[in-house]
Design a protein around this ligand. Sequence first.
Ligand SMILES: Nc1ncnc2c1ncn2[C@@H]1O[C@H](COP(=O)(O)OP(=O)(O)OP(=O)(O)O)[C@@H](O)[C@H]1O
Ligand SMILES: [Mg+2]
Length: 160
Amino acid sequence: MTNYAGKMPDSQFVSLISTAPFASGSAREVFDVPSDPSVVIKRGRNIYPGSNMVEWIIWSAIKTSPLAATFGECRSISETGQYLMMERLDDLAQSDLADIPRIPVWTNDRKPNAFGKAGGRIKLRDYGMVYLPDLLRLDCEPAAIQITALNNRQRGLPGW
Ligand SMILES: Nc1ncnc2c1ncn2[C@@H]1O[C@H](COP(=O)(O)OP(=O)(O)OP(=O)(O)O)[C@@H](O)[C@H]1O
Ligand SMILES: [Mg+2]
C-alpha cells in the first residue's frame, strides 16, 4: 500500500487525478487514482472542506485503536483540506448489509451507502458528519488536573 505523507499541496492531488469523478455526494466528488487503485481522492464541493477535515481528524484519532478496523483509512489530506485520499471501499451488495459492523453513536449520517468493502472487510467510508456532544463526552467528569491543583492549593503547595 502506498503511504503518502500527510498534508501534501493541493496541486499534488490534482496531478494524481485524470478522469471525471466516479461518484459524488452533497459535500464531495470522488475520483479514481489511476496510479494507485487501492485509494480514492475526495474533493470538497464547497469552499469550506468540513467533511474532509472531520474524516482526517477522526481517522488521526482512531488509527491506532480497535475502531480503525471499521473506518476507511485516510492516507493524506491536502494543505487546504480540499483533497482527501482514502482507501478505496467498493459498494456493498444487498447480501452484505447484514454484515455491516457496529459503529460509534457519535457518527451522524448513518446510511447503507456510507459503507464499502475492501478485502472482504466492511468499513465506513463517509464519516464526515459527527454528533459533537457525544464525541466530546460533555457529560464526563472534569479533568483530574484541576482537582490536583485545588488539592495543592488547600495544602499550601505551589502550582500543579
Ligand atoms: N473510500 C471510498 N471508496 C470508494 N468510493 C467512495 C469512497 N468514499 C466515497 N465513495 C463514493 O463516493 C460517494 C460520495 O462520497 P461521500 O459519501 O463520502 O460524500 P458526501 O458528500 O459526504 O456524501 P453525502 O451527501 O451522502 O453525505 C459515495 O456515495 C460513494 O459512492
Ligand atoms: Mg457525507
